[in-house]
Design a protein around this ligand. Structure first.
Ligand code: MN3
Length: 202
């Protein structure tokens, strides 16, 4: 057994014009595939680890042997982050959170607009490569930024929405205009999936 690239679930052009088809194709077939390949390569001689779901590996990095811990953190994180992210994306035609998700956002941030501003602000300010997440924690919902391919799961928090802030996620279409990418991101949040994550996450 080894790790495999999961189905994307939609065509490369499904998120046009907000995220372009070429970026999606490269992001999925080259970047995500590379994380999968490098994780498999790193764990070639660790049969006990390779049979685990990737989330189990990154949930407790201290349990990973030191010799491969960094690889699991980087490549396992990259594999896991992208696997959950593809499912969080869908052209939403202006749809907004409803029901329990909206109530929880209001309770944690004041309003949906306040949440968007805080999340977008965190994504704008993130230095270098990383992700910004909306996570479930003991105190309700929080916004967390992670460097590289780290995932909040490693810190005991459950990511229900994320945005990839690596340049490979937006550079072809937006170049240095990260703020435009973040603005466009709101058009492709799959709020139905985020709601599901709030209730069912792992
Ligand atoms: Mn990426």
């Amino acid at each position: 057994m080894s790790f495999i690239l999961p189905e994307l679930g939609y065509k490369f052009d499904a998120l046009e014009p907000y995220i372009d088809a070429k970026t999606m194709e490269i992001h999925y077939t080259i970047h995500h595939q590379a994380y999968v390949d490098k994780l498999n390569e790193a764990l070639t001689n660790h049969h006990d680890l390779i049979k685990n779901p990737v989330e189990n590996l990154i949930r407790d990095l201290n349990n990973i042997p030191g010799a491969v811990r960094k690889q699991v953190q980087n490549f396992g994180g990259g594999h896991y982050n992208h696997s959950i992210w593809w499912k969080m994306l869908k052209v939403n035609d202006g749809e907004k959170p409803t029901g329990k998700l909206l109530k929880t956002i209001d309770k944690s941030f004041g309003s949906f607009d306040d949440f968007k501003q805080a999340f977008g602000g965190s994504a704008t300010k993130l230095f270098g490569s990383g992700w910004v997440w909306l996570v479930k924690s003991n105190n309700g919902l929080e916004i967390v930024a992670t460097q590289n391919q780290d995932n909040p799961l490693s810190m005991g928090q459950m990511p229900i929405l994320g945005i990839d802030i690596w340049e490979h996620a937006y550079y072809l279409k937006y170049q240095n205009r990260r703020a435009d990418y973040i603005e466009a991101f709101w058009k492709v949040v799959n709020w139905g999936k985020v709601s599901e994550n709030l209730v069912n996450y792992i």
